[in-house]
Design a protein around this ligand. Structure first.
Ligand code: MN
Length: 260
């Protein structure tokens, strides 16, 4: 039987419910034994995702309210708070100050604050956090509303500066790395500054594409090879490090929700 013990690959940020072919992505996770965090973008999508994914033990489900959707979906925060007790994983949440979303930034901040306060008061949550052009603001809110030991934050697709990275490390954040972050260039230097015991891998599928098709969780094996190359590790060493990082994150999960 396939379970998390036989899984060697981790996709810690994938929008399974946004793929056109749901069965194909499930098959991919199972065939290649990818432990996957299926993030969602609206609380409204939560019950349906739960129903579709609860039978696959490799898939963990994150309760999300995506910052890019906050402007039109902010009323769903109450639903989010209602479902939060049920979910050890939270994501995708965060802030986006890119040109298309900056006008809702104040609203995003108030929603993200409520999310962090809810997570902190329940404790033991693991969050996949978006921080496009807003790393400092995300870190400010984490510092203010998520005291150490009240939750574990994984910054997804980190694209901040070196000093923001330093601060994120000091706040205990983890980092999930995708293929786009591994293209040669100056940003690779940032990966070398991230503590190796705080790294995970992600696809951010289906938004990242390979050629003209969306990326699938099985592509993580390639991400591991590339990441290992950047960090001077063999792919099997890298794989073991990532698995041990996942175990360390799991040990911080709320024990009463361990099986969810
Ligand atoms: Mn995403």
């Amino acid at each position: 039987m396939i379970n998390e013990n036989t899984s060697r690959l981790i996709d810690f940020h994938c929008h399974i419910d946004l793929y056109e072919d749901f069965n194909r992505i499930l098959e991919d996770c199972v065939r290649y034994k990818v432990t996957t965090l299926a993030v969602t973008t609206t609380p409204k999508a939560w019950p349906r995702n739960k129903e579709l994914l609860h039978s696959c033990e490799l898939i963990r489900l994150g309760l999300g309210l995506h910052p890019q959707l906050v402007e039109e979906r902010y009323q769903e925060i109450e639903r989010f708070e209602k479902y939060l007790t049920d979910s050890p994983y939270v994501g995708e949440v965060g802030l986006d100050a890119g040109p298309r979303y900056i006008r809702s930034l104040e609203l995003q901040k108030s929603i993200f604050t409520r999310i962090l306060q809810g997570c902190s008061s329940l404790g033991g949550k693991i969050l996949s956090v978006h921080s496009t052009r807003a790393v400092t603001k995300v870190l400010d809110l984490l510092e203010e509303h998520m005291p150490p030991g009240r939750g574990t934050v994984v910054l997804h697709w980190f694209s901040g500066s070196k000093s923001e990275l330093r601060r994120a490390i000091d706040l205990g954040c983890y980092f999930s790395i995708n293929q786009k972050m591994l293209v040669p260039g100056p940003r690779l230097e940032l990966l070398k500054v991230m503590p190796i015991d705080r790294l995970l891998t992600e696809t951010d599928g289906p938004f990242i594409r390979v050629g003209d098709a969306p990326i699938y969780p099985s592509s993580i094996s390639k991400t591991i090879v590339c990441l290992g190359r950047v960090l001077g590790r063999s792919s099997s060493e890298m794989e073991n490090i990532l698995l041990s990082n996942l175990r360390s994150i799991d040990s911080k999960k709320n024990p009463t929700l361990q099986t969810s």
